[in-house]
Design a protein around this ligand. Structure first.
Ligand code: HEC
Ligand code: HEC
Length: 273
């Protein structure tokens, strides 16, 4: 019995070794590809094909024109996880470990074409540079706009809106401007308003977090997480409105530029706060 087991083990071990070389060869060729320092597909047609692949595979996270959405704005020509063609190739194919960027497995050629497309974006400036003062913008953010009542920057502020510590990296200037002026047009499902009326007539407002057949989880105005049974509710209303107030007309043009310049400067590095 023992002998049979030993022979079996030996068999399994050799079988294991037999498959090892191709696996190693594969890793090597992957390293060789991503180690290629020059993009072999850089014609305008390549960039155009890259734009198409990008819309198909990347835009759900990076926005239709790479302007940023759940993933960062990729139009600036500067990439935090590496600027070289080889680094971009590696990050697209293999993903960025420990983040929402998983690898996107595509043929080499398609990846290089996407890289050509991304390069073409930073050669033609996408947006006019912002002419604001980030220091004045920060004051507006904290005081006149009272933005920190809902938004955190580098650990300080409220939780009803998203953390903005990296908003300048994640979002384009146009997106930031639209988010301030027309928040209800750029609603994220994470931040839906919900208004409920209890059977006794009492109304409860909050941010919808989750909903199942029997209950609704929400964050109330004091940032408490609460759950309520649907059976206790007379009515539920989910207006198509953002909790983010509409600031159209609230700031002068200069103030708005200052505010945007401040948000644009927020790249996740605490020294810029
Ligand atoms: C599921 C969402 C998702 C998809 C799909 C996705 N990405 Fe990303 N991507 C992210 C996130 C999130 C990050 C930011 C990682 C971090 O926090 O550092 C990122 C980061 C990156 C970076 C690094 C940016 C930098 O500053 O270094 C590149 C380049 C990139 N993505 C390209 C692509 C391309 C090209 C595709 C399509 C082939 C793609 N991504 C598809 C979510 C996504
Ligand atoms: C009452 C809470 C509240 C206040 C006050 C508030 N916001 Fe918001 N903000 C939100 C919520 C919620 C969202 C996300 C929901 C949405 O997109 O509608 C948001 C979204 C944003 C975004 C988009 C971020 C992204 O990644 O897309 C920006 C930029 C922003 N706010 C800036 C500001 C600025 C600047 C101020 C002050 C002038 C401000 N907010 C005041 C709640 C608030």
């Amino acid at each position: 019995m023992y002998r049979v087991f030993a022979v079996l083990m030996l068999f399994i071990l050799t079988a294991g070794f037999a498959v090892a070389p191709p696996a190693a060869a594969q890793t090597q060729s992957l390293a060789a590809q991503s180690g290629a320092s020059v993009n072999p597909h850089t014609t305008p047609e390549d960039a155009e094909a890259g734009a198409k692949s990008f819309r198909r595979h990347c835009s759900t996270c990076h926005g239709r024109n790479a302007e940023g959405f759940r993933g960062p704005n990729l139009t600036t020509g500067s990439f935090r996880h590496g600027n070289s063609d080889a680094a971009l190739f590696r990050n697209i194919l293999g993903g960025v470990g420990g983040t929402g960027m998983g690898g996107v497995y595509l043929p080499d050629r398609q990846i290089w074409q996407i890289i050509s497309y991304l390069r073409s974006l930073s050669q033609t400036p996408q947006e006019a540079p912002i002419e604001g003062d980030p220091v004045r913008g920060k004051a507006l953010f904290l005081e006149k706009g009272e933005c920190a009542t809902c938004h955190r920057v580098n650990g300080q502020g409220g939780r009803r809106g998203m953390d903005l510590s990296e908003v300048g990296w994640r979002r384009s200037l146009d997106h930031i401007r639209a988010a301030i002026l027309k928040p209800s047009e750029v609603i994220e499902s994470r931040f839906r308003l919900i208004q409920m009326t209890r059977s006794n007539g009492e109304t409860v407002d909050g941010l919808l977090l989750n909903e199942d057949t029997y209950s609704i989880q929400f964050m109330d105005e004091n940032e408490n997480l609460r759950s309520i049974y649907k059976s206790q509710l007379r009515s539920v209303y989910k207006p198509d409105l953002s909790l983010m107030p509409d600031y159209e007309g609230a700031f002068t043009k200069q103030e708005l530029d200052d505010l945007i310049a401040y948000l644009h400067s927020l790249d996740g590095e605490p020294d810029h706060d």
